[in-house]
Design a protein around this ligand. Structure first.
Ligand code: ADP
Length: 562
């Protein structure tokens, strides 16, 4: 390890994976991006006789790996659809002769292939059989193993066909690697690849699978939620300023919801920064050759920022991504439509800092986004509500350390858990001391006692409700602040306008004066009350306004602080 890879000490669960792997076990290893998965098969590959087959969906990543391995003097090759015929022939004949030679000299230690090669190429399978019969087939490594499962988000049909491997090579150990693997996807991987039942870290019978997972927390990532301005133009100039001030000439990603958004954001960032920020666009409609070119330009730094939809993910093999920015509202919707929320955010933001150096993950958040969105989500299944709440809870939280918030989320959501932390571990975790919530100045609203303000809001709502009124989040804030406004529709008795005025007067009387908070803070407080179940949201599809907020009595008394 020291001599060939220049690595001094094992990290995370690398040593265990190497040992289990070299012991001939099937292994599943879940490790965060940048954690060091490659070493877990490259080291066994150079230490044992024969060839290690590595299946990876990413040609650019393979190219990188081969380059590094060659520099380290390791004999490694790759075979993809794009490999020139002459090279294919040469590599295949080298493998064939390796199969029939007794000596281990000049062996190809690692052979990287795309899944298509296994799924569609009988000739290649026959070649592997020769290696197998000649006892020169060391192990099978399946990188990005979650792609085998159609329950996951990166399903690749060719990956599913990798099931053939266990069938043809029953006793060749399989190492499945992934950075993201909820339990049901894990079960799918085990089933499709025909790996044995998981035996948690303990000695397993032959083909019993040993399962390793490393903590997902990466301390070089600095999470921050920044206020998002109301106009689209201001959002762009805020981002532009942020990038120029904090990451001038450094590489980053801006995630947008729609293809159109990605395009307009890329253009606007370029214009507003007067060309100081060189941007590129990536989404599913961008032709493959342009995508490939963008990757190259981005890797070499000619393009600084890629404005992308969540299609930009798998295949990012760039270590020095110094920042990942998100448009708040967009991630809410994006994740609802692809059935994920905070884990999706965790993954996307996790594309920063793969090289282990400091990187920033910034979420632009505006509480009002949530009010607009909640009307959309209200009409969807309850699941959508939960997801929005998870994301809101994270964005809205101004006290708890972001690391702990992630840990609690991943340990609590049984469906999405990444086998990372138990609830006890999450609760006992130390603060990271470098996220926005760990470094927030004492004078912020997060540290203010808002008992009175919360009470005023609840009283205002009670007054509205007792008059049969309905009001949105914007409306409550404005009413409580003595401004009226919002779409208030007191449709019981009298004219609408009149009813509105009378309730407004009442609110001041019942709530002991005007709410002394800014519009943003008032709305932040209301959402806080909502996601912590002090308020309940009711959707009336026939109503003029969409949301009704009802004080839930018992809990209302327990509010003290944010
Ligand atoms: P992954 O595939 O898990 O995303 P990589 O295998 O590409 O991560 O490793 C990420 C970086 O970490 C690489 O630059 C690698 O050389 C480095 N690395 C891996 N293991 C160690 C280690 N034990 N100590 C120091 N650096 C390491």
């Amino acid at each position: 390890m020291k001599k060939i890879f220049g690595i001094q000490n094992f990290r995370l669960c690398q040593e265990g994976v190497c040992n289990a792997n070299m012991d001939g076990r099937d292994v599943v290893c879940i490790m965060p991006t940048g954690g060091g998965k490659s070493l877990t098969y490259q080291l066994p590959a150079v230490l044992t006789p024969g060839c290690t087959l590595v299946i990876s969906p990413l040609i650019s990543l393979m190219r990188d790996q081969i380059l590094h391995l060659k520099e380290a003097g390791v004999n490694a090759v790759m075979l993809t659809g794009g490999t020139p015929k002459q090279s294919v022939n040469e590599i295949q004949s080298r493998l064939a002769s390796m199969a029939t030679t007794e000596s281990n000299d000049n062996e190809i230690k690692l052979c990287y292939v795309t899944p298509e090669k296994i799924a569609k190429n009988q000739r290649f399978i026959a070649l592997l059989q020769k290696l197998y019969n000649g006892k020169k087939f060391a192990r099978i490594v399946i990188d990005e193993a979650h792609c085998v499962s159609d329950l996951g988000h990166d399903f690749r049909p060719d990956y599913k066909k990798l099931s053939v491997l266990r069938h043809v090579f029953p006793d060749i150990p399989i190492l499945a690697l992934s950075a993201t693997c909820p339990p049901k996807v894990l079960q799918d991987i085990l089933k499709i690849l025909q790996m044995g039942p998981v035996v948690d870290g303990k000695a397993a019978p032959l083909h019993g699978t040993v399962h390793f997972s490393a903590p997902l927390y990466r301390k070089n990532l600095h999470y921050t939620i920044l206020p998002k301005p109301s106009s689209a133009k201001e959002v762009i100039s805020t981002m532009s300023e942020y990038i120029l001030q904090n990451h001038k000439n450094e590489s980053g990603i801006v995630y947008c919801l729609t293809k159109k958004d990605a395009e307009t954001t890329a253009e606007a960032l370029g214009t507003i920064s007067k060309g100081a920020i060189k941007t590129g666009v990536y989404h599913s409609d961008v032709p493959d050759d342009i995508k490939e070119r963008l990757h190259t330009l981005w890797r070499e730094g000619t393009v600084q920022v890629v404005c992308a939809t969540i299609a930009f993910g798998l295949g990012i093999d760039k270590g020095n991504v110094r920042f990942v920015l998100h448009h708040t509202a967009r991630i809410f919707i994006a994740h609802l439509s692809t059935q994920k929320s905070l884990d999706g955010y965790y993954q996307e933001s996790g594309r920063a800092g793969r090289d282990g150096k400091d990187a920033d993950c910034v979420l632009y958040y505006r509480p009002q986004d949530a009010t607009r969105l909640s009307s959309i989500i209200c009409s969807e299944a309850a699941e959508g509500q939960t997801k929005l709440r998870d994301m809101l809870r994270f964005a809205q939280d101004m006290k708890e350390c972001r690391k702990i918030l992630f840990a609690k989320y991943f340990s609590a959501s049984s469906d999405l858990a990444m086998n990372s932390w138990t609830t006890e571990e999450a609760n006992a975790m130390d603060r990271c001391n470098h996220c926005d919530n760990c470094t927030r100045p004492p004078e912020s609203i997060a540290n203010k006692d808002v008992t009175l303000e919360a009470w005023q809001i609840l009283k205002t709502l009670a007054a509205v409700e007792s008059r049969g009124g309905r009001v949105t989040i914007n409306g409550i804030g404005d009413l409580a602040r003595g401004l009226g406004g919002g779409k208030f529709d007191a449709n019981v008795g009298g004219k609408r306008k009149k009813a509105k005025e009378s309730v407004q007067l009442d609110c001041e009387a019942v709530a002991g004066g005007k709410l002394q908070l800014s519009k943003d803070d008032a709305e932040a407080l209301i959402i806080h009350l909502l996601i912590n179940d002090y308020l309940k949201e009711v959707f009336l599809s026939t109503a003029y306004t969409v949301n009704v907020y009802v004080v839930s009595g018992a809990k209302a008394l327990r509010i003290s602080r944010f």
